[in-house]
Design a protein around this ligand. Sequence first.
Ligand code: GAP
Length: 456
Amino acid sequence: MSESNVEDRSQATMEKIVSLCKRRGFVFQSSEIYGGQAGAWDYGPMGVELKNRIQRFWWKEMTQLHDDIVGLDAAILMHPRTWEASGHVENFTDPLVDCKKCKQRFRADQIDPAKLAKKECPECGGELTDTRKFNLMFKTNIGPVDDGSGLLYLRPETAQGIYVNYKNIVQSKRMKIPFGIAQVGKAFRNEIVIKNFIFRTCEFEQMEMQYFVKPGEDEKFFNYWREQRWAYYAKLGVRMDKLRWHQHGPDELAHYAKDAYDIEYEFPMGFKELEGVHNRTNYDLSRHQQFSGKDLQYIDQESGNERYIPFIIETSAGLTRQLLMVLCDAYEDQKVGDKGNEDDWRTVLHFHPIVAPVTVAVLPLMKKDGLAELAQDIRRELKDEFATDYDQGGAIGRRYRRQDEVGTPFCVTVDYQTKEDGTVTVRFRDSMEQIRVKREELEATLKKAIKEYKRG
Ligand code: GAP
């Protein structure tokens, strides 16, 4: 195989990611036995661990490491006036056209303008309807009577739960500007274009932080948060040459934004938005003050009790989209041999140990001669500190490959020497290097390796 073929084969493609996710229990199609539900996905045993770890990593970064940020978990169902105030009822729309012949629905802004002008369907050439505004919020109903009086929306972003609680948090936690509120939770959008696996879905999770600042200081903190969010991805161990900034042009800016930058990642289908950093001005709080009739001004004791509506800098990341990014970034089909068969290749996920679903797998070389019991015992010792797995089935090489495929950074192998001198083998996923350590030094060895981890 030539060098370029080796390089081609090693690349992550969306097909390979989707297949691995199903095979190894990361992500399943929602309601698969009924033919699947478009726009929704289920996270399997590996997927939920990975998602929880990414969420925990983000939460620690944004709260524990920032003294001036506190957390919140607001309800998904909010008073419907929230969405009038936020502008979502009026503005959160996609321009849509339907084909009268093939009945397909398209986003008007994604059709060739010449075809749109002629009202010609890009798929079958049939006649298109006029462009209509389609609101992306899911509607539901509260109460037993479905007559419209109990209309509610499933939140399309978590941010509004933070804005409506801002006064509660200022008062209960005695927060002083500048300060932030962080939240992770589900959001729902009736997206028309749902392709590329979990990249764009109707049900997804966001990790948002709203930072409240004095008017006039917004640009300074906007730049500060751009730097912070960029640095986050370096800490997460992502290949930084795969990331870039994209500033929103005037026609892209959301109705609330004065300035906005996306961090984009080079997914297998090209550079796409990963998260946004937005200067939302005082739009949201002003509108909530107007619609609720409640005084949402901040009284700034540091500035002689000056009253103002704070400006908001928002960092808004998709948790499920970040999970897809982490998977794509970690994926490699690596040539590791020269036998001329499939054994020359391994699929490996180079997850940072901080997010890997399993941190350490303990493997007895053989099931017999007390090695299995000894390995179980060692696993028990590690359980409290690390996410562990245990595997005693099949040849040791196959078991290493299975762990590589789910991104387990360390394997601990228990063999006959362990019985004699109490040492075990630690195998490192990226380099496949193996070292021998004493059982009592195992925990410290692993902790050091996690702390000093650099992708190999
Ligand atoms: N509060 C601001 C806000 O929601 P957004 O750019 O619409 O801004 C923020 O969304 C992030 O949420 C995006 O960068 C993306 O990571 C994620 N996201 C948005 N829509 C999504 C969808 N349909 N499926 C998955 N993730 C989505």
